[in-house]
Design a protein around this ligand. Sequence first.
Ligand code: SAM
Length: 491
Amino acid sequence: MHAMMSLRATSRLSPLIRYRAKSNLAVLAEIISKNAANLEKVGQNSSTPLPSIDEPFHPQTEAFRQDPANAEAAAQIVAASLQLAATLSSPMEALYHVAAGPFKGAALRVSIEANIAEILREAGPGGLHVNDIAKQNGQDPKKLARFLRYLATNHIFQEVEPDVFRNNRISGLLDTGKDSKAILADPDAKYDGTTGVTAIVAHHLDEITKGSVYAWEHLNDAEAKNIQDQRGSPMAKYLGKGKNQWEWFEQPDQLPRRKRFDMAMKGAAALQSSEAIRAGFDWSKLTKGSIVVDVGGGIGFAAASIADGFPDLHYVVQDLPGAIANAKEFWQERNPKAVEKNGVTFEAHSFLEAQPKRDVSVFFVKHIVHGFTDTYCKQILDHLRSAATDKTVLVLPEFIVPHACRLPEAEKQARQNVPGSIDPEAPAPLLANYGSQLAYGADMAMMFGPNGQERTYREMDNLLTNSNWKITKVHRQAGQMSVNFYEAVPV
Ligand SMILES: C[S@@+](CC[C@H](N)C(=O)[O-])C[C@H]1O[C@@H](n2cnc3c(N)ncnc32)[C@H](O)[C@@H]1O
């Protein structure tokens, strides 16, 4: 019956629609083969090996992406593969790829909390039977096997023999590098001193995901609808019991969450190399002793990356008291010289209040406005504008959310005077945004967690214009993990 209906439906399709659908498959396949052939050549060079899904992650396998041509080739292959998979999967399977998304997240969280990546690293390339994994972490082996097999089916971990698992390229990223027994003895310290990559994934899978399951209820909550501040998010309502993320994290019993979040921000920064953070703005044009304020800097990880290359500038890390305590500890370890020589100062200060610093060369505001609704962003940007001199530059690293379609010509024309402001577009028939998920994932996380939003270029332009800042340039970074640096000057 079902087959007959779909046959009848097919026979009603116009020849043009059928022709296009057929030709797209071949075009997509050609995009893959052409770009793959180019990448194969790059991979023959030992300094730019191509990634292999079977091997544990090694940063060197990302080196090939530093060449924009290679990054573009990889992005096109991924976009075409996703589009082919969506086209050729049965619609029900394709739908369930998304509908079962929360279950994948649940499995991934279990693997992190149960320290699977660390245990498997210690086991070596042969992997470990799930019964032996369970002996180490005290979990139910049958349930663990089900979670791990589900993840292996999504290319996270490998099942090398029935019930025997090992790390691969993607699961290796979840490895904090710590001794599994030490983590089990002191779970709250799991992320201390790590790259923060596992911490950011764990933060998303815990607080943010728990908020996300109430998205629909929350949208229809008459009271929450009108809350402009961070208490207006599902996470605040259902987890923080009405407290915003920061008030909630600052409570003594939530300190492990605060610590994990601060490490998570280090992980977010690690999605970009320190070089990329330095490359986002021409720091060399600032004179010795120029003041750079890292507004809401967390532990000041980004400022520390800039200080590595530009030690003669004076850095001020501002944040809430809990983060400032962690910032002092972090800098003492990372750059004790800057601390001793007064190259960095730390200030507990709320950016929702008047900015106390004067004669500032750069207000560096990374991943702050994405945590707020427009109403609060205006407050933050107004305070900075009031403290700015006519030489102050606002540097704002944020995602730029692309549209899934192509930009209209008129919009491109309107942006022509601002270098870097036009979103790069993938060639047709690929989705214009390359099907890249990162900016949208971050946007959802901002909605569910702090009631904020990642913004399109136009949305950011409006925000800045309303606070008398003018965007002069956008520095875009190649690759899919990109965060882009808006540069703005006072009007
Ligand atoms: C998403 S994190 C970004 C941290 C850092 N800029 C980075 O990119 O790594 C947001 C930061 O804003 C801080 N924050 C939140 N509300 C604040 C406020 N009212 N005043 C100052 N800092 C605040 C948080 O403590 C947190 O460290």
